[in-house]
Design a binder for this molecule. Structure first.
Ligand SMILES: [Fe+2]
Ligand SMILES: [Fe+2]
Length: 214
C-alpha cells in the first residue's frame, strides 16, 4: 500500500500528467484484460462499422469526461479516504478508455476531436463537486454512474447485434460503473437535488450528441 503523503504541488503535477496521458498518451490502466480479447467477431458491413465506431466514440468521450471528473474531485476532495477512492476509480476508467479506443481503431473510426474540451469542462465540474464536500462529491459520483449505466443500456440496444466485441466491452463497463456508483453511495454519497440531476442529464446529452459526429 502506498503510504507516501503528497503535497498540493505533487497532486498538481500528477494531475497534469494524468490529463496529458488521457488526451495524448498512454493512460495508467489496471492489470485487467480487455473484455473483447478472444471474443469471436463476424465481419460487419461498412454501415455497421461506421455506426459502431460512432457509438464507441461517444463512449470513449464519456470515459475522457469520467477521467477528468474523478481527477477534478481528487484535487479538491477533503478526506484522504475519499481522495484515494477517486484516484482508484479514475484508474479503472482508464481501462474503459483503452478498451474503447482499441475497438474504435479496429472499426476504422477516430476519437472525438472535442476530447480536450470534454476533459477541461469535466475537470472543472469535478473540482467543484469535490469542493462542496465529500458527501455531495460522492453523491455526484453515484448519480453520474447511474446515468452512465442507463446510457450504456441504450447503446447496447443501438449497437449492431453482431458487434460482439464492442458489446463485450460495454457489458464489462456496465458492471464496473455500477460498482463505482454503489461504492460511492456506501461511502456516504448523498442524493442530489433533482434539478442538479436534470442538469447532469442535459450536459451529457449535449456531449453524447456532439461526440457521435465529431
Ligand atoms: Fe467508465
Ligand atoms: Fe465509473
Amino acid at each position: 500500500m502506498n503510504t507516501r503523503r503528497y503535497s498540493p504541488i505533487d497532486h498538481l503535477i500528477m494531475n497534469v500528467d494524468q490529463a496529458l496521458r488521457t488526451l495524448a498518451g498512454k493512460p495508467l490502466v489496471t492489470e485487467r484484460p480487455d473484455p473483447a480479447t478472444g471474443v469471436q467477431q463476424i465481419d460487419l458491413d461498412d454501415a455497421q462499422k461506421v455506426e459502431a465506431a460512432r457509438l464507441m466514440r461517444v463512449n470513449h468521450a464519456g470515459e475522457v469526461a469520467a477521467q477528468a471528473l474523478y481527477q477534478g474531485q481528487a484535487l479538491t476532495a477533503r478526506l484522504e479516504k475519499v481522495r484515494e477512492r477517486m484516484e482508484r476509480a479514475a484508474q479503472e476508467e482508464n481501462d474503459h478508455l483503452e478498451w474503447c479506443e482499441r475497438r474504435i481503431r479496429e472499426l476504422g473510426g477516430h476519437l472525438s476531436y472535442l476530447n480536450p474540451l470534454w476533459y477541461l469542462g469535466s475537470m472543472v465540474i469535478g473540482a467543484a463537486a469535490g469542493a462542496v464536500g465529500d458527501k455531495w462529491s460522492l453523491g455526484f459520483v453515484a448519480e453520474t454512474e447511474k446515468q452512465v449505466v442507463a446510457h450504456l443500456d441504450e447503446h447496447l440496444q443501438r449497437l449492431p447485434q453482431s458487434d460482439t466485441k464492442s458489446r463485450a466491452v460495454l457489458e464489462q463497463m456496465k458492471i464496473d460503473e455500477s460498482e463505482h456508483g454503489a461504492s460511492a453511495k456506501a461511502a456516504g454519497g448523498a442524493e442530489l437535488p433533482s434539478a442538479i440531476k436534470r442538469l447532469m442529464g442535459l450536459t451529457s446529452r449535449i456531449m453524447t450528441r456532439a461526440a457521435y459526429w465529431v
